[in-house]
Ligand binder design. Structure first.
Ligand code: ASP
Length: 357
């Protein structure tokens, strides 16, 4: 029998389910049993029924890679008719990357997908794991948020807008350029004006994007290694020689963490660096995001803008969204340089400004 609000918990690893070992914290294989005994749907009318599926191997999220994103997307894709939603238990270190990648890969999905984790394991008496897990389950089972969201410390955020901003506080995630999807306190109030499912479907159709079918990409990736994508952070004194060696023809896309509004050394002051970037832009997508936590790239504001060097604007995207969007457009959709460039500057799933609904 299909239970209408049933949730599938996908346990990928992460601190939330870790235990202390002589080597330090490691994922606990028995965590699903602990959830089953500790959290019972009968205790509270709002608690949905749930099943739990463990990934193999369980990972510290520092070990996550694009193949792991594919696996998670595939599980969700295969189960989307059986469950109202999915709660993904994940390490915090790369959670914002997975949330962003899944946002692109599952674009157009009608189910709730909530990714969560914790700073302190469930196994410790004082922890943030229990609250994050229970609230994610309750939101997933009782509300409609058909997109990939991230729940952490009483905040429900759009996944592709998030970044980890604190290594130790319970309040570890922010969505610097986009408001939370809900007000969460005694009551949970979804901010319906931020729901993007209708808008999203329109954007996807307009941009003629294929809905990702992860299973097909698995076959594809057995034959070829994933396309190379990189991140380059500007700093005073960065050398042209380094950039030349770093951005080779094999690298399909580079996210440049530029200064402020998308600035960097100018042609008149550092012609070698300018030329290195300009040459690289002939074969590689170069996209600028800001090194600042908040705000946006505006490539027309300054003479020192990187626009003349062939760099395009990532607007107010997070680094995580820009990296995973490159991965999605290049490796998943298989687009050429020009098409990737044009889509990188467009809002696809609410990952950048111009989309508030
Ligand atoms: N290293 C851990 C992980 O990302 C940290 C955490 O979960 O908070 O899996």
């Amino acid at each position: 029998m299909t239970v209408l609000n049933k949730v599938l918990i996908i346990y990928t690893g992460g601190t939330i389910g870790m235990m202390q070992t002589p080597k330090g914290y490691e994922p606990d294989q028995n965590f699903p049993d602990k959830i089953r005994t500790d959290i019972s749907p009968i205790e509270d009318a709002q608690m949905p029924e749930f099943d739990i599926l463990s990934m193999d191997p369980l990972l510290d999220s520092s070990n996550m890679n694009p193949q792991n994103w594919d696996k998670i997307a595939k599980i969700i894709d295969e189960n989307r008719r059986k469950y109202k939603g999915f709660v993904i238990l994940h390490g915090t270190d790369t959670m914002a990357y997975t949330a962003s990648a899944l946002g692109f890969m599952l674009s157009g999905i009608n189910n709730n997908v909530i990714i969560t984790g914790s700073q302190v394991p469930f196994s410790r008496l004082r922890n943030d794991a229990r609250e994050n897990l229970i609230s994610s389950l309750i939101i997933c089972g009782n509300y409609s948020i058909p997109e990939v969201a991230l729940y952490f410390n009483n905040k429900l955020l759009r996944g592709c807008r998030t970044t980890k901003t604190d290594a130790s506080a319970f309040d570890a995630f922010e969505s610097p350029n986009f408001p939370p999807l809900a007000d969460i306190g005694v009551d949970i109030n979804l901010k319906r004006q931020w729901s993007y499912s209708i808008h999203l479907k329109k954007e996807l159709i307009q941009n003629k994007l294929k809905r990702t079918k992860p299973i097909e990409y698995f076959r594809h990736e057995k034959q070829k290694t994933p396309d190379e994508i990189a991140v380059l952070k500007l700093f005073p004194g960065i050398s042209a020689r380094f950039v030349e060696h770093f951005i080779t023809e094999e690298v399909k896309g580079v996210v440049i963490e530029a200064y402020g509004a998308g600035n960097g050394p100018t042609k008149s002051v550092n012609p070698e660096l300018f030329t290195a970037l300009k040459n690289a832009s002939e074969h590689t997508v170069l996209i600028a995001v800001t090194q600042c936590l908040r705000g946006s790239v505006h490539l027309d504001s300054y003479a020192a803008s990187l626009k003349a060097a062939g760099v395009i604007s990532g607007h107010d995207m997070t680094l995580e969204a820009a990296v995973t969007k490159l991965y999605y457009l290049i490796s998943k959709q298989g687009y050429n340089l020009e098409k990737v460039k044009s889509l990188m500057e467009k809002n696809l799933i609410g990952e950048m400004e111009s989309s508030t609904n």
